[in-house]
Design a protein around this ligand. Structure first.
Ligand SMILES: [Zn+2]
Length: 118
């Protein structure tokens, strides 16, 4: 965050929540946001502390949201891979059964000929 002097007002754009710093002389004036260009009103200097608090709250909310979206992503991966794992297990089971069947068939066929172990 930018450093502010005693006379500066730190506030947040009503549209994009960008943190903006202006001279206290601009209190109550409507300015175009430096980030989104939309008009936003500069509060009185008394809002500075609340603004910092609001910045922290919005930062925490952002982190929480980011954390939540990562949780959703990972949970999705786990579910997806659980389904895939189940499919592979079924496929392996099928292959095992087929292997047994083929070995049995081979043993029966080889049985008519000299020693060919399983
Ligand atoms: Zn803005």
């Amino acid at each position: 965050m930018e450093s502010t002097s005693e006379t500066d007002i730190l506030f947040f754009c009503a549209h994009c929540s960008a943190s903006l710093v202006v001279d206290s002389a601009a209190a109550g004036v409507t300015l175009d946001c430096q980030k989104c260009g939309k008009p936003t009103t500069v509060p009185s200097s008394s809002v500075v502390a609340a603004g910092e608090e609001a910045a922290k709250i919005s930062d925490l909310q952002r982190q929480l949201k980011e954390n939540e979206s990562q949780r959703t992503e990972i949970t999705g991966y786990i579910n997806q891979h659980s389904i895939q794992l189940h499919r592979w297990q079924l496929r392996l089971q099928t292959l095992n059964e087929r292997q047994k069947k083929l070995q049995t068939e081979l043993a029966e066929t080889s049985g008519r000929q000299p020693a060919s172990p399983l």
